[in-house]
Design a protein around this ligand. Structure first.
Ligand SMILES: Cc1cc2nc3c(=O)[nH]c(=O)nc-3n(C[C@H](O)[C@H](O)[C@H](O)COP(=O)(O)OP(=O)(O)OC[C@H]3O[C@@H](n4cnc5c(N)ncnc54)[C@H](O)[C@@H]3O)c2cc1C
Length: 599
């Protein structure tokens, strides 16, 4: 840029510039503003929230004050022991994990007590590897409490996305736990039917009156509350605005950035720091070539939005930072199926819950099971990557009988009373057949292998013991199952009468684990170990604190909130905690979607 052009660029001034408005960016922005700093958030998309707004919104927060309020007081050594057992000594980052564990209670307490973001406890959400030392059986996660959005000012509603199409029911989000339970039981229990009908009725009303969903749940509820908190604390949120290049002071210190705004380029001077929170690089095909079995970058289907293309990483590299991909895996794997819609568009569906349901199994092309389907999403994909022979496409099939497919969700297809015809018309990914060998033929699976797998699996399911992969052995497996089938193990039921269904599952991710190398305060590091002054990276922009492992659901958002919070406190020079990391026990943890007073 010439001197002349540079002088004509408008200048904005702030203390902290945050790139990105997901969990990491907004946590940093709200905390910095709470401590009196002037904050600008630049968000590249037309609405806030990135992958966070699409997500389930669960945050792994061991030692959180909601657990304590419920009388659960686990020693911190339990968390350390569990993490050490999952991660292994080589990848265990002592300093960053201590920073995380120390700050979780204060972070949750801060948002609960000083902002409109309220939390619901994950009292029954178990850690994935239940047989490892220190594994938890609940109370280590929180999610944003659902709420009805009429109370939000209109200018904020305008910068919030709709509920994520692929995991919502005609645009209405459903929360894991009692909320989902009512929808799954709508055809069995009258009170669940009434509940589901009322929720959906309100949703239809909102679509007509407000032209959007107003019942905020999951990650969208979290983003809506963080946006509200940011607004109340004076944060300036600019959407359709990307951070393009950093400004250095000549001594290697980052002092601002150039933004692309709808009005043209703007120069921002950030007196205290720039926080990169652009959501990692899962949508960057070129950079994804470092994923296993993905040489040209295209054999991967991420659930993250297209804006998560590594902008933060490129900015960090321009200031001497670097990509640390030394952990167990570069991405947060999730098995996905590609849904083809009637209009030719495609969507990516995450197989989060269906794999674990009794009457559903996962098989490879040879018809054989290869993994404990009811373990974490990460493990299912890691199992595929290991079991599928080199040279073959990395894919598997989930197979279910009619009872399972119509009782639970099966991929994108919802259970009864939604007719399956709705989906067969719109989807091309679900195959249906009256017999297993016919189904195998349709999918290109070895029929003999499949028949013998199902016969063996059915025998084990009747006995309640999966001697092949240990499915149903852990609290996590059993919680994901269904205790009402009448079989001894909630995770296992035989595949009974046809018709049978199959959906092809491929390698996808929630986002990246590899990321910018940072220190415990989330300051960007150079390869020589020195700090890139004035520059921070949080959320998926920083390397996963758990070394590319997946110890529990919520391990993306928990650290994103916590390190956003700690980075902002470091920038503000705050060392005292705002509170003692406790919360008042709330009688209304489950939220207020149906509360008439808020309508
Ligand atoms: C369907 C789904 C379910 C999930 N469920 C969970 C769950 O329950 N628990 C959990 O822990 N994780 C979950 N995840 C993963 C989790 O949502 C993400 O890992 C996490 O929210 C990422 O947060 P972030 O702040 O790093 O990035 P994001 O939330 O992706 O935010 C990054 C933002 O930066 C913006 N941006 C990009 N480039 C620029 C630029 N140059 N300038 C300005 N802005 C920019 C993007 O537009 C985006 O809005 C889920 C993900 C998905 C998709």
């Amino acid at each position: 840029m010439s001197q002349q052009t540079m002088q004509n660029i408008p200048q904005w001034h702030c203390d902290v510039l945050v790139a990105g408005s997901g969990a990491g960016g907004l946590a940093a922005a709200v905390t910095a503003a709470h401590h009196g700093l002037k904050v600008i958030v630049a968000e590249r998309a037309a609405s806030c929230g990135g992958a966070t707004a699409r997500s389930g919104g669960w945050a792994w927060t061991p030692g959180n004050p909601l657990a304590k309020a419920d009388g659960v007081n686990e020693p911190r050594d339990d968390f350390r022991n569990y993490l050490k057992a999952v991660i292994g000594e080589a990848d265990y980052d002592h300093e960053r994990i201590e920073m995380f564990l120390e700050n979780v209670p204060h972070m949750v307490g801060f948002f609960e007590n000083s902002t409109p973001l309220k939390f619901t406890p994950g009292a029954k959400i178990c850690d994935i590897y239940g047989r490892l030392p220190g594994a938890g059986t609940g109370h280590r996660s929180v999610a944003a409490t659902p709420f009805y959005a009429k109370q939000l000012p209109r200018h904020l509603l305008g910068i919030l996305p709709d509920q994520y199409k692929m995991t919502s029911f005609w645009g209405m989000g459903i929360m894991a736990g009692p909320d989902l339970g009512h929808f799954l039981n709508a055809m069995k229990k009258p009170q669940s039917f009434l509940y589901a009908a009322k929720r959906f009725g309100i949703h239809l009303y909102d679509k007509i009156v407000y032209k959007r969903n107003m019942q905020m749940v999951n990650g969208l509820a979290m983003i809506a509350r963080l946006v509200q908190a940011a607004d109340e604390k004076g944060v300036d949120i600019q959407v359709n605005t990307s951070v393009k290049a950093l400004i250095e002071d000549g001594n290697g210190k980052t002092v601002g950035a150039y933004l692309d705004t709808p009005q043209g380029t703007v120069q921002v001077r950030a007196a205290k720091g720039v926080v990169l929170a652009t959501g990692g690089y899962p949508a960057n095909i070129e950079r994804r070539k470092n994923f296993p079995r993905n040489p040209d970058g295209t054999q991967h289907w991420t659930l993250a939005p297209q804006e998560a293309d590594g902008a933060g990483l490129a900015l960090a590299e321009s200031a001497g930072g670097y990509l640390d991909d030394s952990g167990r895996s570069p991405a947060a794997w999730c098995p996905v199926s590609v849904v083809k819609f009637k209009d030719g568009s495609e969507g990516v569906f995450p197989h989060i819950a269906d794999r674990a349901k009794p009457g559903i199994i996962g098989v490879l092309k040879n018809g054989k099971r290869f993994v404990n389907e009811a373990n974490g999403y990460y493990d299912y994909v890691a199992g595929m990557l290991q079991a599928v022979p080199e040279g073959e496409a990395v894919e598997s099939w989930l197979i279910g009988d009619k009872r399972a497919v119509r009782s639970y969700m099966f991929g994108y297809a919802k259970p009864r009373p939604i007719p399956l015809a709705v989906y067969t018309r719109y989807l091309k990914c679900i195959e249906e057949a009256d017999t297993l060998d016919e189904l195998a033929e349709k999918c290109g699976i070895d029929p003999v292998g499949l028949m013998s797998t199902v016969a063996g699996f059915n025998r084990m399911a009747k006995q309640g013991k999966d001697t092949d992969f240990g499915r149903g052995d852990t609290p996590f497996n059993r919680y994901g199952g269904d205790a009402s089938t009448g079989y001894p193990n909630p995770s296992l039921a035989p595949l009974g009468k046809g018709p049978y269904y199959a959906v092809k599952v491929q390698v996808g991710s929630f986002g990246t684990f590899a990321g910018i190398a940072v220190d415990a305060f989330s300051r960007v590091l150079r390869r020589d170990g020195s700090i890139s002054d004035g520059l921070y990276a949080v959320g998926l922009d920083q390397k996963s604190v758990f070394g590319g492992n997946y110890p529990c659901g919520g391990i993306n958002i928990g650290p994103a909130l916590t390190f956003g919070y700690t980075a902002a406190r470091h920038i503000a020079g705050v060392t005292e905690y705002e509170d003692d990391g406790s919360v008042c026990p709330s009688a209304d943890y489950q939220g207020s979607l149906l509360r008439p007073s808020e309508k």
